[in-house]
Write a protein that binds this ligand. Sequence first.
Ligand SMILES: [Zn+2]
Length: 259
Amino acid sequence: MSVVALSEGTFTVDLSKKLIPFNRESDSLNERKGSLLIEICPFLIISNEGLIILDTGLGKKTVNGEFQIIENLSRAGINSTDINFVLLSHLHHDHAGGICYEENGIMNPMFPNAQYVFQKEELNDALKDGNPKSFNHQKLEFLSHWKNSHAIESNTQLTPEIYCEVSGGHTEHHQVFWIKVSENEKYFFGGDVLPQGSQLIRKFIAKYDYDGKRAADLRIEFGKKCAEENVTLLFFHSPEKKNSKVKFNEGRFELIANS
Ligand SMILES: [Zn+2]
């Protein structure tokens, strides 16, 4: 397998959208009534065409003052300058907070040699949205000017391996990614349209989505396609299984272990 989970940790989130770190050993969910348990988990894919990051996470630092995502990468023997592509499903701060960081009043790219790929209309909408709980405008301004930014405008075959598909649902211009490393190794990253495997099992319409009905329909559509084509799903917000293949039988999904 050529995929590495780059988790920034487990958090709880409530209606205020604030993320609070959750320590599985010492914290109790009962004390955070009405909160959901989520993971923040960007991924690295090592492909024939280079190193791909799928969403960047919060840009959270560890107790050592190092960025968690950089520490995770170096554990895999990889440097931030080695990354070739940063693919962004959408620009909410928990997905795009790690695109860059501020030092002495100047924004620097987290992955200086990478092409940053995002939907142009997603950025336009995010810059117009005044809600600082959802977006980090300083970082998005950086993205709108950065020389390696690559704004795309519709479904795009970015490289022979990487296909960007506009899904909508979670945000109006949310996109998902299909990555075919080889005939036997294919990945699907559904961002916040399919952030947890359990969302294939438990059907629901989420209030936090731009178009909850569409997102719910898409989860089924994407799940079925992954089952048919033997694709591994990568889950950004799953506190349990971070990647899985899926079976679809008699109208029901079943997550299966990767072999
Ligand atoms: Zn989101």
